[in-house]
Design a protein around this ligand. Structure first.
Ligand code: CA
Length: 220
């Protein structure tokens, strides 16, 4: 069972996140200021931290920086109302693993929590198998029965993300930041374009559009 540290000074949001995560079987603790957050995170008893930026005591960026300076590798998802690219960049440069902007849908946060927890446990396999399809990480080729499908570099990166997270909804922003990095204009349609390429190669029914949420790699 994964233990999650929720750092949030706004009671309403803290309780919304905590209730949601508990209902999904996570063990949670909530702290409401930066100093306590740092102390708790350093105990090493958590698998992931959800971190607000505007906090009493130390702000979230400082908590994160001090935590990373101390060598902690705990996955951190930043939760904040500040939707500027500057903050996004300082959050990730400061060692955050992901970023969720308020207001957010609980499912979006949950998807990112699963993503980050799974990242840690992913073994270094050469072949990722999903249903009848496999992705070979060395040859960068998809095999489906007797069919072998070659992918371009970006298609491969996108396919790898889907193969590592089958049946999970990945948001456009997640795909954009994972594959194209943060330099990319969030208004760009590059994700849609590459989803189309990948559908053409892997089959249109493999990648489902989940309205308002993102895309799901369908196992069958
Ligand atoms: Ca706050």
């Amino acid at each position: 069972m994964s233990r999650i540290l929720i750092v949030e000074d706004e009671e309403r949001i803290a309780s919304f996140v905590e209730k949601g995560l508990r209902s999904k079987g996570f063990v949670t603790s909530v702290v409401a200021d930066g100093h306590t957050a740092l102390d708790e995170a350093r105990t090493g008893s958590y698998d992931l931290m959800i971190l607000d930026i505007g906090l009493p005591g130390l702000d979230g960026f400082t908590v994160l920086r001090q935590l990373r300076e101390g060598g902690a590798t705990l996955p951190v998802i930043i939760l904040t109302a500040r939707d500027s690219v500057d903050d996004r960049v300082s959050g990730l440069a400061g060692g955050a693993d992901d970023y969720v902007v308020k207001p957010f849908a609980f499912d979006e946060l949950l998807a990112r929590v699963h993503l980050r927890l799974r990242d840690d446990r992913t073994p270094d396999a050469t072949v990722l198998q999903v249903g009848s399809m496999s992705l070979n990480l060395r040859t960068r080729r998809v095999e489906d029965g007797t069919k072998a499908i070659d992918l371009s570099a970006r298609e491969f990166a996108l396919a790898e993300t889907f193969f590592r997270h089958p049946d999970q909804v990945l948001s456009r922003e997640q795909l954009l930041s994972r594959i194209w990095g943060l330099d990319f204009d969030p208004g760009s349609n590059v994700v849609e374009v590459y989803i189309r390429y990948l559908r053409r190669k892997l089959g249109a029914d493999r990648i489902e559009t989940v309205r308002g949420m993102g895309y799901r790699f369908v196992v069958h």
